[in-house]
Design a protein around this ligand. Sequence first.
Ligand code: PNS
Length: 165
Amino acid sequence: MATALCPGSFDPVTLGHIDIIERSARHFERVIVAVIRNPQKTQSLFTLEERQEMLAEALAHLGNVEIAFFKGLLVEFARDNGADAIVKGLRAVSDFDYELQMAQMNQRLTGIDTFFLSTSPLYSFLSSSLVREVARFGGDVSGMVPGHVNQRLLARFTGGGGEDS
Ligand code: PNS
């Protein structure tokens, strides 16, 4: 049974992520959306539980997709969960260098292959970090994230209780 991992921070999930996961679910029998517990990059906007809830709602229509958390090396999580492949979306040339480096390192570590899907041109400019920034300053990100994620962003940045409150 071919299992793929779609890893990321998903802080929050965007329509770009969902497009990649939906397309992965057509090519692999089982897809595990692997949410990193300890991202290096930034302080998270949403808790792990919130991210899990948003992903679950956004992916409820996909019967062969699961959501799981991991910490440490992605390749070890892949090995522990019987995953045969990693799937990543490539938005632009700017993604390529780092993604290639990670794919080669992961291949070297355990032999796992990474498959790259070209991001839909509709979403090639989209990232969770830009969505957070635009939403934080009151910009309209509907059409870039599911409606329920947009509601959470609006609540976070206009309703109090968020990182800037
Ligand atoms: O959504 P992101 O933040 O761009 O996702 C990055 C992620 C989680 C896919 C990447 O940082 C990762 O795989 N981290 C796990 C740690 C690891 O295995 N590092 C070695 C990579 S070669």
